[in-house]
Design a protein around this ligand. Structure first.
Ligand code: COA
Length: 332
């Protein structure tokens, strides 16, 4: 029996309509467009303004459109995995809420919390259900409403993050799909990127609210250096294990955290920037959503058989790289 791979057979994004520009941020904190653009590459990001909407609403929109564009009946979906650190509520999981909103009745669902690496970890988890033959159709979503945990008086973080969602459909293939992944974690990195309160370590209290401890805390320089090192080492490892040279890689899809991080990774790996997917200027860092949003934005350029390397680094620390052989689009 030939090996089964889990191929991505469709990709879809969903974004809030409100655009938060660098010039609007200039009116909120002591910053300027030149600093933000040159230090991060970000020009604008999307923000979910509707107070009655949450992560599951963007996820439901992406999943509904994904089902429509791939012609997939709702009742054929057997599993929905949602990668997020900003789910609707601490519990229940956002995957189940998403299924309810879409009307998916035959699936089970769960969330994966691995910050910016969440989509990669969820993709490989979903892929394994397909590879073993246990399931036939799995949806993997990356969604984050970072505006719900950002302090808009902290110029070091509020300029970076945005809200967004991307979703992919996985189905079995004998030739295309998720080929291999190298994933790593280092919990000692948690001190450099975290939210101080709201969990079992420090439940919400008047003191935690007064101390503004329910927002992203980040030591940017340490995260920056660790991100470059982590992404390069795992990309190298997955390429080596699969005998790929830089010339063999059609597209690199890096987590969109900072244009300078992406450029450093590309330089160190000898990848020309023309083959590196970029959308950070439009959306900023949408945490678990950056990778599927890149695939969505570049979908028309992807061709059957392309070698695609995705890589991410995020809070935890968590990081890794995944090698995919792309499964659709006109071959050259
Ligand atoms: N506007 C203007 N000045 C700012 C600023 C802003 N928005 N934010 C910080 N600064 C200032 C700092 O106060 C500091 O001033 P000082 O030298 O007088 O103390 C100076 O700019 C440099 O700060 P620093 O933090 O060293 O800047 P940086 O070049 O490292 O850039 C980040 C900051 C956050 C953009 C960068 O470190 C980064 O992108 N890190 C990784 C973030 C990330 O990807 N996180 C998500 C998980 S992957």
């Amino acid at each position: 029996m030939s090996k089964k791979y889990a191929a991505i057979t469709g990709v879809q994004g969903a974004l809030p309509s409100y655009v938060l520009t660098n010039s609007e941020l200039e009116t909120m904190v002591d910053t300027n467009d030149e600093w933000i653009t040159s230090r991060t590459g970000i020009q604008e990001r999307r923000i979910l303004k509707e107070t009655d909407k949450a992560a599951s609403d963007l996820a439901a929109e992406a999943v509904e459109k994904l089902l429509a564009k791939t012609g997939t009946p709702k009742d054929e979906i057997e599993l929905v995995i949602v990668a997020t650190v900003t789910g609707d509520q601490v519990f229940p999981d956002t995957a189940n809420i998403t299924c309810d909103k879409v009307g998916i009745k035959n699936a089970f669902g769960f969330d994966i919390n691995a910050a910016c690496s969440g989509f990669l970890f969820a993709l490989t988890t979903g892929a394994q259900y397909i590879e073993t033959g246990r399931l036939k159709k799995v949806i993997v979503v990356g969604v984050d409403i970072m505006s719900s945990i950002i302090d808009y008086s902290d110029r070091a973080t509020c300029i970076i993050f945005g809200d967004g969602c991307g979703a992919v459909l996985l189905e079995a293939s004998t030739d295309y799909g998720v080929i291999d992944s190298v994933f790593k974690g280092d919990g000692s990195g948690r001190e450099f990127l975290h939210m101080k309160a709201g969990g079992s370590l420090k439940p919400t209290s008047q003191e935690s609210l007064d101390n503004r401890e329910h927002f992203v805390y980040q030591e940017g320089r340490t995260v920056f250096k660790s991100a470059v090192k982590g992404m390069v080492s795992t990309v190298q490892a997955v390429m080596k294990r699969n005998n790929l040279s830089a010339d063999d890689v059609t597209w690199v899809v890096p987590h969109q955290a900072n244009i300078r991080i992406i450029q450093s990774v590309a330089d160190m790996m000898d990848f020309p920037m023309e083959r590196v997917m970029l959308n950070i200027a439009k959306y900023g860092n949408t945490t678990a959503a950056t990778l599927p949003l890149c695939l969505w934005d570049y979908e028309s350029k992807l061709k059957k058989g392309d070698n695609v390397i995705l890589t991410a680094f995020g809070g935890g620390f968590t990081w890794g790289a995944t090698y995919i052989k792309w499964g659709y689009g006109a071959a050259e």
